[in-house]
Design a protein. Structure first.
Length: 80
């Protein structure tokens, strides 16, 4: 059975080196975080999940509202 080797690559998203790819050394894949850092990251992840869920709900509501507006517009045009 063949084994595979994974490598972590990253891209710089801002600053003078923006767009540059680099390989993350194996010993840096899992940074050691303090308890406080872990809790802060957990909080941020949960907050982003909530924001994403809210965005999906808002999009769904807007789609429904837009459909209602289209239906009203169609009815108005038919009544003229």
């Amino acid at each position: 059975m063949a084994t595979t080797t994974e490598h972590v690559e990253a891209i710089i998203i801002s600053g003078p080196r923006k767009g540059e790819f680099f390989l993350v050394p194996d010993d840096e894949h899992e940074p050691q975080l303090t308890y406080e850092e872990e809790k802060a990251l957990d909080f941020l992840v949960e907050a982003y999940k909530n924001m994403a869920q809210s965005a999906v709900a808002a999009s769904t509501s807007m789609d429904s509202l837009l459909q209602e507006v289209r239906e009203m517009n169609r009815r108005l045009r038919e009544s003229v």
